[in-house]
Write a protein that binds this ligand. Sequence first.
Ligand SMILES: Nc1ncnc2c1ncn2[C@@H]1O[C@H](COP(=O)(O)OP(=O)(O)OP(=O)(O)O)[C@@H](O)[C@H]1O
Ligand SMILES: [Mg+2]
Length: 203
Amino acid sequence: MIIAIANLKGGVAKTTTAVHIACGLAKNGATVLVDSDPNRSSLAWAGKSSNAPFKVITEIELLKYQGQFKHIVTDTKARPEREDLKILLDTVNLIILPTPPNGDDLRVTVSTAKALAELSSTKHRVLLTKVPTHSGASDEQDARTWLESQKIPVFKGRIRFYKAYDKAFLAGVPVYEVKKDRNAKLAWSDYQAVIKEVMDYGK
Ligand SMILES: Nc1ncnc2c1ncn2[C@@H]1O[C@H](COP(=O)(O)OP(=O)(O)OP(=O)(O)O)[C@@H](O)[C@H]1O
Ligand SMILES: [Mg+2]
């Protein structure tokens, strides 16, 4: 499977999603994470990690590894042009659009999804990230209702907001390897549910 993680907006958990989806796919077959974001955050993450379950490379390096991987995940730059979206659509099986469930991020995500729909995409799906965990929060449901009213496909699973992700990034490990954080396992279970949906999508 070739999966792109994209959004017109930055800071929406693209890199975090790319890294954790790649962790899940790596259990199914050789996986590479291509860092196509000029910020190179995925490479920074991997640079600290001694035993990542997948390889992290730049776009150009992919040329020399052609055909060696069962799954390719690409972390794209913020603000892709329409032309970038078209190339993505022609190339990948699935485009994941991560977004926190708040007004401004959703507004930009809806415009990204609409830009894809205008290109006749049936390959994009929104992933709600950084979802507040305090009781009574209705952000997730409100966001779903809003996205569904615009006929934008959304993953059933969602990624809740946990500090464990920051610790994971700083340590250069997947969130399930974060020590002394009681939410690290819960955080990983969120991505596991989404990885299952991704694998089902690929069938
Ligand atoms: N579910 C989450 N809960 C809490 N914090 C999170 C979560 N997901 C990501 N973060 C944190 O939010 C910040 C931004 O995440 P990330 O770098 O993945 O976003 P990005 O979309 O790749 O950003 P950029 O546009 O800079 O590339 C990071 O500090 C990350 O640790
Ligand atoms: Mg990033």
